[in-house]
Design a protein around this ligand. Structure first.
Ligand code: C2E
Ligand code: MG
Ligand code: MG
Ligand code: MG
Length: 292
């Protein structure tokens, strides 16, 4: 239940309950036109290759620059947007913005998060193709993150077919939040994943000061070995401390992401003429998440 509250799910079932100072009803009312009002922004967080500290990719993380509330985490509104059509224009905006930003950056690649509603949209693959063409990007530099629980819930063949065409395009598929669902081995077999991100929740025991037990350690090491035997790269998410950095290195993770290495930040446009076409994004303010 605590995790559900953390993800803002409680808000869904109780219209009176406040998420920050916004009710679920207020969020739903304000979602339409978000793109047109220019209230969305992306921040980018580095994924660091552990062997040499080089940049592996960046993850685009969505923010709602709310006129009165400040910067809202997607955990405050994505779920609500998924219940109506609002997620589709938002998802398209994220895709276009991230590709345009990648084109003017020196990042090797960009990861975007995609919600299940987008995978049911027949337009999704066309949108991908168009965004890549427009920004003149090599498709393998775009990586789509899908959470493990979503994949497990895909009962239709339709979204799987969408993902297959996406992979045919050359876009890479990343399993997000691996290990949070009922998992995982079936989900691994279902699609040609390129990378896997170990859920930050695995670091929670270390976050509360306790190290991993020998059993935790062995299970996680085995997961990483399994992923490697399937030729998947493994990223550890949510790494906050040097101790956690040592632990994820100890189990053989390839890539890491978290406040220990770098926080999410907006792309700062350079003085380059091309880059000037990118609207500047306001400086990050503290992010409001459910329950805060
Ligand atoms: P995610 O994809 O698992 O992203 C990682 C989350 O962990 C982000 O939260 C990030 O800001 C946060 N984080 C990064 N480093 C650390 C750390 O060291 N410690 C801790 N505790 N957290 C860290 P954020 O930005 O609030 O995003 C929450 C979730 O919203 C994301 O989880 C993703 O599932 C979803 N999301 C983000 N952007 C988009 C988007 O453009 N579209 C869709 N559909 N979902 C999005
Ligand atoms: Mg993600
Ligand atoms: Mg994740
Ligand atoms: Mg997540």
């Amino acid at each position: 239940a605590a995790k559900e509250a953390g993800k803002g799910r409680v808000v869904e079932h109780d219209p009176q309950r406040k998420a920050g100072q916004l009710t679920r009803f207020q969020v739903a009312m304000q979602l339409p036109g978000l793109v047109e009002r220019g209230e969305l922004a992306l921040v980018y967080q580095p994924l660091v290759r552990l062997s040499d500290g080089d940049l592996h990719s960046v993850e685009a993380l969505l923010r709602w620059k709310h006129p009165t509330m400040g910067s809202l985490s997607p955990d405050m509104f994505i779920r609500i947007a998924e219940e109506n059509a609002a997620i589709l224009p938002i998802g398209r905006w994220v895709l276009d913005r991230a590709c345009a930003d990648l084109a003017v950056s020196d990042w090797p690649a960009v990861n975007i998060n995609v919600s299940v509603r987008q995978l049911y949209s027949p337009q999704f693959v066309d949108d991908l193709r168009r965004a890549l063409d427009r920004a003149e990007l090599e498709p393998s530099r775009l990586r789509v993150e899908i959470t493990e629980s979503v994949v497990m819930n895909l009962e239709d063949t339709e979204p799987i077919a969408v993902l297959d065409s996406m992979i045919d395009l050359g876009v890479r598929l990343v399993m997000d939040d691996f290990g949070t669902g009922y998992s995982n081995l079936a989900a691994l077999r279902r699609l040609p994943w390129h990378e896997l991100k170990l859920a930050g929740t695995f670091l929670q025991s270390t976050r509360s000061g306790r190290p991993w037990s020998p059993t935790d350690q062995r299970i996680l090491k085995t997961l990483v070995d399994l992923a490697h035997s399937l030729d998947l790269l493994v990223t550890a998410e949510g790494v906050e401390t040097a101790e956690q950095d040592a632990q994820i290195r100890g189990i053989g993770c390839d890539v890491a992401q978290g406040w220990f290495y770098a926080v999410p930040e907006p792309l700062h446009p350079s003085s380059d003429v091309t880059a000037k076409r990118v609207p500047p994004v306001t400086a990050p303010t503290p992010v409001i998440r459910p329950g805060s």
